[in-house]
Design a binder for this molecule. Structure first.
Ligand code: NAD
Length: 353
Protein backbone atom coordinates (compact mmCIF):
# COMPACT_ATOMS: atom_id res chain seq x y z
CA UNK A 1 0.00 0.00 0.00
CA UNK A 2 1.32 3.43 -0.95
CA UNK A 3 0.87 5.79 2.01
CA UNK A 4 2.47 8.75 0.26
CA UNK A 5 0.32 11.82 1.01
CA UNK A 6 0.43 13.09 -2.58
CA UNK A 7 -0.53 9.67 -4.00
CA UNK A 8 -3.43 9.38 -1.55
CA UNK A 9 -4.72 12.83 -2.48
CA UNK A 10 -4.51 12.07 -6.21
CA UNK A 11 -6.54 8.87 -5.77
CA UNK A 12 -9.29 10.29 -3.55
CA UNK A 13 -12.57 11.44 -5.08
CA UNK A 14 -13.75 13.28 -1.95
CA UNK A 15 -14.59 16.96 -1.65
CA UNK A 16 -11.55 18.23 0.25
CA UNK A 17 -8.94 17.42 2.85
CA UNK A 18 -7.90 20.07 5.36
CA UNK A 19 -4.42 19.12 6.47
CA UNK A 20 -2.25 20.72 9.13
CA UNK A 21 0.93 19.73 10.97
CA UNK A 22 0.74 20.67 14.64
CA UNK A 23 4.33 21.51 15.56
CA UNK A 24 4.03 21.61 19.40
CA UNK A 25 2.82 17.98 19.50
CA UNK A 26 4.20 16.67 16.14
CA UNK A 27 0.65 15.68 15.16
CA UNK A 28 -0.75 15.43 11.66
CA UNK A 29 -4.32 16.75 11.55
CA UNK A 30 -6.50 15.51 8.69
CA UNK A 31 -10.09 16.69 8.27
CA UNK A 32 -11.60 14.74 5.38
CA UNK A 33 -14.80 16.09 3.86
CA UNK A 34 -16.01 13.43 1.47
CA UNK A 35 -19.34 14.68 0.15
CA UNK A 36 -21.64 17.57 1.14
CA UNK A 37 -24.46 16.90 -1.33
CA UNK A 38 -26.97 16.24 1.44
CA UNK A 39 -25.64 18.68 4.05
CA UNK A 40 -22.57 19.72 6.01
CA UNK A 41 -19.92 17.03 6.43
CA UNK A 42 -20.35 15.33 9.78
CA UNK A 43 -18.33 12.59 11.48
CA UNK A 44 -16.23 11.80 14.51
CA UNK A 45 -12.69 12.80 15.44
CA UNK A 46 -10.25 9.93 15.95
CA UNK A 47 -6.97 10.28 17.85
CA UNK A 48 -4.57 7.44 17.14
CA UNK A 49 -0.87 6.63 16.78
CA UNK A 50 -0.13 5.48 13.21
CA UNK A 51 3.19 4.21 11.90
CA UNK A 52 3.00 6.76 9.02
CA UNK A 53 0.95 9.97 8.60
CA UNK A 54 -0.45 8.53 5.34
CA UNK A 55 -2.06 5.67 7.26
CA UNK A 56 -3.96 8.26 9.29
CA UNK A 57 -5.01 10.11 6.14
CA UNK A 58 -6.21 6.90 4.49
CA UNK A 59 -8.17 5.98 7.62
CA UNK A 60 -9.85 9.41 7.63
CA UNK A 61 -10.65 9.18 3.89
CA UNK A 62 -12.25 5.73 4.20
CA UNK A 63 -14.18 6.65 7.33
CA UNK A 64 -15.44 9.89 5.74
CA UNK A 65 -16.73 7.94 2.74
CA UNK A 66 -18.44 5.52 5.11
CA UNK A 67 -20.19 8.47 6.76
CA UNK A 68 -21.49 9.69 3.36
CA UNK A 69 -23.09 6.26 2.87
CA UNK A 70 -24.42 6.12 6.42
CA UNK A 71 -26.18 9.50 6.26
CA UNK A 72 -27.55 8.91 2.75
CA UNK A 73 -28.87 5.45 3.60
CA UNK A 74 -30.94 6.75 6.52
CA UNK A 75 -32.05 9.95 4.76
CA UNK A 76 -30.32 12.43 7.03
CA UNK A 77 -29.38 15.83 5.62
CA UNK A 78 -25.69 15.48 6.40
CA UNK A 79 -22.57 14.77 4.38
CA UNK A 80 -19.70 12.42 5.03
CA UNK A 81 -16.73 13.63 7.02
CA UNK A 82 -14.19 12.34 9.50
CA UNK A 83 -11.10 13.74 11.18
CA UNK A 84 -7.95 11.96 12.30
CA UNK A 85 -5.38 13.45 14.63
CA UNK A 86 -2.40 11.21 13.93
CA UNK A 87 -0.37 11.65 17.12
CA UNK A 88 3.25 10.51 17.54
CA UNK A 89 2.51 9.14 21.03
CA UNK A 90 -0.48 9.18 23.43
CA UNK A 91 -1.06 12.77 24.65
CA UNK A 92 -2.32 13.75 28.09
CA UNK A 93 -2.93 16.88 30.18
CA UNK A 94 -1.96 20.32 28.86
CA UNK A 95 -0.34 18.89 25.72
CA UNK A 96 -3.58 17.17 24.71
CA UNK A 97 -5.65 20.21 25.63
CA UNK A 98 -3.40 22.47 23.53
CA UNK A 99 -3.75 20.21 20.50
CA UNK A 100 -7.54 20.02 20.90
CA UNK A 101 -7.85 23.81 21.17
CA UNK A 102 -5.75 24.38 18.06
CA UNK A 103 -7.78 21.71 16.24
CA UNK A 104 -11.00 23.37 17.45
CA UNK A 105 -9.93 26.73 16.03
CA UNK A 106 -9.28 25.03 12.71
CA UNK A 107 -12.80 23.52 12.74
CA UNK A 108 -14.22 26.95 13.53
CA UNK A 109 -12.58 28.47 10.45
CA UNK A 110 -14.57 25.98 8.33
CA UNK A 111 -17.74 27.78 9.43
CA UNK A 112 -19.87 24.66 9.95
CA UNK A 113 -18.73 22.85 6.79
CA UNK A 114 -17.38 20.13 9.11
CA UNK A 115 -19.07 19.03 12.36
CA UNK A 116 -17.69 16.47 14.73
CA UNK A 117 -18.12 14.31 17.83
CA UNK A 118 -16.22 11.62 19.70
CA UNK A 119 -14.79 8.55 18.02
CA UNK A 120 -12.10 5.98 18.79
CA UNK A 121 -9.45 7.61 21.01
CA UNK A 122 -11.52 10.67 21.92
CA UNK A 123 -14.02 11.30 24.71
CA UNK A 124 -16.89 13.66 25.43
CA UNK A 125 -14.42 15.57 27.69
CA UNK A 126 -12.24 16.12 24.60
CA UNK A 127 -15.30 17.40 22.72
CA UNK A 128 -15.98 19.88 25.51
CA UNK A 129 -12.44 21.25 25.17
CA UNK A 130 -12.92 21.66 21.41
CA UNK A 131 -16.28 23.34 22.06
CA UNK A 132 -14.50 26.09 24.03
CA UNK A 133 -13.37 27.47 20.66
CA UNK A 134 -15.67 25.80 18.08
CA UNK A 135 -19.43 25.80 17.62
CA UNK A 136 -19.77 22.64 15.58
CA UNK A 137 -19.21 19.89 18.17
CA UNK A 138 -21.59 17.15 19.40
CA UNK A 139 -21.66 14.54 22.15
CA UNK A 140 -22.44 16.41 25.35
CA UNK A 141 -25.37 18.40 26.63
CA UNK A 142 -24.75 21.96 25.37
CA UNK A 143 -26.19 23.76 28.45
CA UNK A 144 -25.22 21.39 31.27
CA UNK A 145 -21.91 20.24 29.77
CA UNK A 146 -22.71 16.63 30.73
CA UNK A 147 -21.79 13.63 28.60
CA UNK A 148 -24.46 12.12 26.37
CA UNK A 149 -24.11 8.37 26.02
CA UNK A 150 -25.01 7.36 22.44
CA UNK A 151 -25.55 3.68 23.38
CA UNK A 152 -29.28 3.80 24.29
CA UNK A 153 -30.00 5.53 20.97
CA UNK A 154 -27.92 3.00 19.06
CA UNK A 155 -29.70 0.19 20.90
CA UNK A 156 -33.13 1.65 20.13
CA UNK A 157 -32.26 1.95 16.43
CA UNK A 158 -30.99 -1.65 16.38
CA UNK A 159 -34.24 -2.71 18.04
CA UNK A 160 -36.24 -0.84 15.37
CA UNK A 161 -34.15 -2.53 12.66
CA UNK A 162 -34.67 -5.99 14.18
CA UNK A 163 -38.43 -5.36 14.39
CA UNK A 164 -38.51 -4.39 10.71
CA UNK A 165 -36.45 -7.39 9.63
CA UNK A 166 -38.55 -9.76 11.75
CA UNK A 167 -41.78 -8.32 10.33
CA UNK A 168 -40.54 -9.09 6.84
CA UNK A 169 -38.84 -12.45 7.35
CA UNK A 170 -40.71 -14.22 10.14
CA UNK A 171 -44.38 -15.09 9.92
CA UNK A 172 -46.85 -14.09 12.63
CA UNK A 173 -46.17 -11.60 15.40
CA UNK A 174 -42.68 -10.27 14.65
CA UNK A 175 -40.92 -10.48 18.02
CA UNK A 176 -43.15 -12.03 20.69
CA UNK A 177 -41.78 -15.47 21.47
CA UNK A 178 -38.95 -15.16 18.93
CA UNK A 179 -35.44 -16.00 20.05
CA UNK A 180 -32.80 -13.30 19.73
CA UNK A 181 -29.16 -14.08 20.55
CA UNK A 182 -27.21 -10.98 21.61
CA UNK A 183 -23.45 -11.40 21.33
CA UNK A 184 -21.79 -8.78 23.56
CA UNK A 185 -23.87 -7.35 26.38
CA UNK A 186 -21.97 -4.10 26.87
CA UNK A 187 -23.49 -0.62 26.58
CA UNK A 188 -25.48 -1.32 23.40
CA UNK A 189 -26.19 -5.04 23.87
CA UNK A 190 -27.59 -4.69 27.39
CA UNK A 191 -29.84 -1.78 26.35
CA UNK A 192 -30.99 -3.71 23.29
CA UNK A 193 -31.92 -6.59 25.59
CA UNK A 194 -34.26 -4.31 27.56
CA UNK A 195 -36.15 -3.22 24.42
CA UNK A 196 -36.39 -6.80 23.16
CA UNK A 197 -37.57 -8.15 26.51
CA UNK A 198 -40.33 -5.54 26.60
CA UNK A 199 -41.39 -6.66 23.12
CA UNK A 200 -41.74 -10.25 24.37
CA UNK A 201 -38.67 -11.81 22.74
CA UNK A 202 -36.92 -14.84 24.26
CA UNK A 203 -33.34 -13.76 24.89
CA UNK A 204 -30.04 -15.62 24.66
CA UNK A 205 -26.91 -13.73 25.67
CA UNK A 206 -23.19 -14.34 25.22
CA UNK A 207 -20.08 -12.35 26.11
CA UNK A 208 -16.40 -13.08 26.67
CA UNK A 209 -16.85 -11.38 30.04
CA UNK A 210 -18.76 -14.26 31.64
CA UNK A 211 -19.51 -12.65 35.05
CA UNK A 212 -20.97 -9.58 33.34
CA UNK A 213 -22.94 -11.78 30.96
CA UNK A 214 -24.44 -13.82 33.79
CA UNK A 215 -25.45 -10.61 35.60
CA UNK A 216 -27.17 -9.24 32.47
CA UNK A 217 -28.76 -12.65 31.83
CA UNK A 218 -30.34 -12.50 35.31
CA UNK A 219 -31.67 -8.97 34.71
CA UNK A 220 -33.14 -9.88 31.34
CA UNK A 221 -34.28 -13.39 32.33
CA UNK A 222 -32.14 -14.54 29.42
CA UNK A 223 -30.32 -17.81 28.81
CA UNK A 224 -26.52 -17.70 28.97
CA UNK A 225 -24.73 -19.08 25.89
CA UNK A 226 -21.02 -19.92 26.22
CA UNK A 227 -18.74 -18.06 23.83
CA UNK A 228 -17.73 -21.31 22.08
CA UNK A 229 -21.36 -22.12 21.14
CA UNK A 230 -22.58 -18.74 19.96
CA UNK A 231 -22.58 -19.32 16.19
CA UNK A 232 -24.12 -22.81 16.21
CA UNK A 233 -26.94 -21.98 18.66
CA UNK A 234 -30.37 -22.02 16.99
CA UNK A 235 -32.19 -18.66 17.14
CA UNK A 236 -34.40 -16.45 14.96
CA UNK A 237 -32.13 -13.40 15.13
CA UNK A 238 -28.40 -13.25 15.76
CA UNK A 239 -27.45 -9.75 16.99
CA UNK A 240 -23.67 -9.16 16.92
CA UNK A 241 -23.02 -6.33 19.40
CA UNK A 242 -19.40 -6.98 20.32
CA UNK A 243 -16.64 -6.95 17.69
CA UNK A 244 -16.25 -6.89 13.91
CA UNK A 245 -15.63 -9.74 11.42
CA UNK A 246 -17.87 -12.26 13.20
CA UNK A 247 -19.43 -13.10 9.80
CA UNK A 248 -16.77 -15.04 7.92
CA UNK A 249 -16.25 -18.33 6.01
CA UNK A 250 -15.82 -20.22 9.29
CA UNK A 251 -18.87 -18.89 11.17
CA UNK A 252 -21.45 -18.44 8.38
CA UNK A 253 -21.88 -22.21 7.70
CA UNK A 254 -22.53 -22.73 11.44
CA UNK A 255 -25.28 -20.10 11.79
CA UNK A 256 -28.77 -21.38 12.57
CA UNK A 257 -30.66 -18.08 12.41
CA UNK A 258 -32.92 -16.38 9.86
CA UNK A 259 -31.69 -12.81 10.44
CA UNK A 260 -28.40 -11.14 11.38
CA UNK A 261 -28.91 -7.64 12.79
CA UNK A 262 -26.70 -5.98 15.40
CA UNK A 263 -24.65 -2.93 16.32
CA UNK A 264 -21.07 -4.11 15.81
CA UNK A 265 -19.05 -2.27 13.16
CA UNK A 266 -17.66 -4.14 10.14
CA UNK A 267 -19.48 -7.41 10.81
CA UNK A 268 -18.57 -8.91 7.42
CA UNK A 269 -14.94 -10.09 7.37
CA UNK A 270 -14.90 -9.50 3.58
CA UNK A 271 -17.51 -8.24 1.06
CA UNK A 272 -17.87 -11.84 -0.22
CA UNK A 273 -19.45 -12.81 3.11
CA UNK A 274 -22.62 -10.90 2.15
CA UNK A 275 -23.08 -13.39 -0.71
CA UNK A 276 -22.36 -16.34 1.61
CA UNK A 277 -25.21 -15.18 3.86
CA UNK A 278 -27.56 -14.68 0.90
CA UNK A 279 -26.79 -18.19 -0.36
CA UNK A 280 -27.66 -19.60 3.05
CA UNK A 281 -30.99 -17.72 3.02
CA UNK A 282 -29.98 -15.58 6.01
CA UNK A 283 -31.14 -11.95 5.86
CA UNK A 284 -28.30 -9.61 6.82
CA UNK A 285 -29.12 -6.05 7.86
CA UNK A 286 -26.09 -3.90 6.88
CA UNK A 287 -24.27 -2.79 10.02
CA UNK A 288 -23.64 0.81 9.01
CA UNK A 289 -27.39 1.40 8.69
CA UNK A 290 -28.72 -0.39 11.74
CA UNK A 291 -25.99 1.00 14.06
CA UNK A 292 -26.48 4.65 13.06
CA UNK A 293 -28.68 5.56 16.04
CA UNK A 294 -26.01 7.27 18.15
CA UNK A 295 -24.83 9.42 15.25
CA UNK A 296 -28.43 10.21 14.32
CA UNK A 297 -29.27 11.25 17.89
CA UNK A 298 -26.30 13.60 18.00
CA UNK A 299 -27.43 15.20 14.73
CA UNK A 300 -30.80 15.97 16.34
CA UNK A 301 -29.23 17.20 19.58
CA UNK A 302 -27.46 19.91 17.61
CA UNK A 303 -30.94 21.30 16.93
CA UNK A 304 -31.59 21.35 20.71
CA UNK A 305 -33.96 18.37 20.53
CA UNK A 306 -34.03 18.09 24.34
CA UNK A 307 -36.38 15.32 25.47
CA UNK A 308 -34.77 11.87 25.61
CA UNK A 309 -38.01 9.91 25.09
CA UNK A 310 -38.84 11.92 21.97
CA UNK A 311 -35.33 11.43 20.74
CA UNK A 312 -35.51 7.67 21.32
CA UNK A 313 -38.68 7.54 19.22
CA UNK A 314 -36.88 9.38 16.41
CA UNK A 315 -34.63 6.32 16.08
CA UNK A 316 -37.54 4.44 14.51
CA UNK A 317 -36.68 6.08 11.15
CA UNK A 318 -33.89 3.54 10.95
CA UNK A 319 -36.51 0.79 11.09
CA UNK A 320 -38.20 2.41 8.09
CA UNK A 321 -34.93 2.48 6.13
CA UNK A 322 -34.31 -1.19 7.01
CA UNK A 323 -37.79 -2.18 5.77
CA UNK A 324 -37.26 -0.40 2.44
CA UNK A 325 -33.81 -1.89 1.92
CA UNK A 326 -34.89 -5.44 2.75
CA UNK A 327 -37.95 -5.16 0.48
CA UNK A 328 -35.80 -3.98 -2.42
CA UNK A 329 -33.26 -6.74 -1.79
CA UNK A 330 -35.99 -9.42 -1.64
CA UNK A 331 -37.66 -8.18 -4.84
CA UNK A 332 -34.38 -8.40 -6.75
CA UNK A 333 -33.00 -11.50 -4.98
CA UNK A 334 -29.89 -9.54 -4.06
CA UNK A 335 -28.00 -8.96 -0.85
CA UNK A 336 -29.29 -6.13 1.37
CA UNK A 337 -25.72 -4.80 1.17
CA UNK A 338 -26.21 -4.24 -2.57
CA UNK A 339 -29.70 -2.78 -2.09
CA UNK A 340 -28.36 -0.38 0.55
CA UNK A 341 -25.62 0.84 -1.80
CA UNK A 342 -28.18 1.38 -4.59
CA UNK A 343 -30.26 3.43 -2.16
CA UNK A 344 -27.24 5.54 -1.25
CA UNK A 345 -26.36 6.09 -4.93
CA UNK A 346 -29.97 7.00 -5.80
CA UNK A 347 -30.29 9.44 -2.88
CA UNK A 348 -27.07 11.22 -3.80
CA UNK A 349 -27.83 11.27 -7.54
CA UNK A 350 -31.30 12.74 -6.91
CA UNK A 351 -29.92 15.41 -4.59
CA UNK A 352 -27.23 16.34 -7.14
CA UNK A 353 -29.77 16.91 -9.89
P1 NAD B 1 -18.92 -2.11 24.91
O1 NAD B 1 -17.45 -2.11 24.99
O2 NAD B 1 -19.71 -1.38 25.92
O3 NAD B 1 -19.46 -3.63 24.89
C1 NAD B 1 -18.88 -4.64 24.12
C2 NAD B 1 -19.13 -5.96 24.83
O4 NAD B 1 -18.69 -7.01 23.97
C3 NAD B 1 -18.40 -6.11 26.16
O5 NAD B 1 -19.27 -6.60 27.15
C4 NAD B 1 -17.28 -7.11 25.83
O6 NAD B 1 -16.93 -7.92 26.95
C5 NAD B 1 -17.93 -7.93 24.73
N1 NAD B 1 -16.98 -8.59 23.84
C6 NAD B 1 -15.80 -8.10 23.39
N2 NAD B 1 -15.23 -8.99 22.55
C7 NAD B 1 -16.08 -10.04 22.47
C8 NAD B 1 -16.06 -11.27 21.75
N3 NAD B 1 -15.04 -11.59 20.95
N4 NAD B 1 -17.11 -12.12 21.90
C9 NAD B 1 -18.15 -11.80 22.71
N5 NAD B 1 -18.21 -10.65 23.43
C10 NAD B 1 -17.20 -9.79 23.30
O7 NAD B 1 -19.26 -1.58 23.41
P2 NAD B 1 -20.63 -0.96 22.92
O8 NAD B 1 -20.60 0.52 23.04
O9 NAD B 1 -21.76 -1.75 23.50
O10 NAD B 1 -20.54 -1.27 21.34
C11 NAD B 1 -20.74 -2.59 20.86
C12 NAD B 1 -20.43 -2.64 19.37
O11 NAD B 1 -21.29 -1.72 18.67
C13 NAD B 1 -19.00 -2.20 19.01
O12 NAD B 1 -18.58 -2.94 17.88
C14 NAD B 1 -19.15 -0.75 18.62
O13 NAD B 1 -18.16 -0.32 17.72
C15 NAD B 1 -20.51 -0.77 17.93
N6 NAD B 1 -21.20 0.53 17.96
C16 NAD B 1 -21.50 1.11 19.14
C17 NAD B 1 -22.16 2.33 19.16
C18 NAD B 1 -22.54 2.99 20.46
O14 NAD B 1 -23.38 3.90 20.44
N7 NAD B 1 -21.95 2.59 21.59
C19 NAD B 1 -22.53 2.95 17.95
C20 NAD B 1 -22.22 2.30 16.73
C21 NAD B 1 -21.55 1.09 16.75
Amino acid sequence: MNYDLQALMERWDGLAVVCRYDHPTQTWVFICMHDNTLGPCMGGTRIKVYSKPGEGLLDAMRLAEGMTNKWAAIDVAAGGGKAVLAVERPLEGEERRGLLLRYGRLIQTLGGGFRTGEDMGTSSEDMQVIAEVADYVHGFHPEEGTKIDPSPFTARAVFAGIQSAAAQVLEGEPLRGRTVLIQGVGSVGANLGLFLKEAGAELLVSDIDEPRCRRVADQLEAKFVPDSEVYATPCDVYAPCAVGATLNPETIPQLQCRIVAGSANNQLATPADAMRLLERGIVYVPDYIINAGGALAFSFLDKKFGNTDDLLEKMDVIGVSVTEILQEAASKSESPVVAAQHRVDRTLAKART
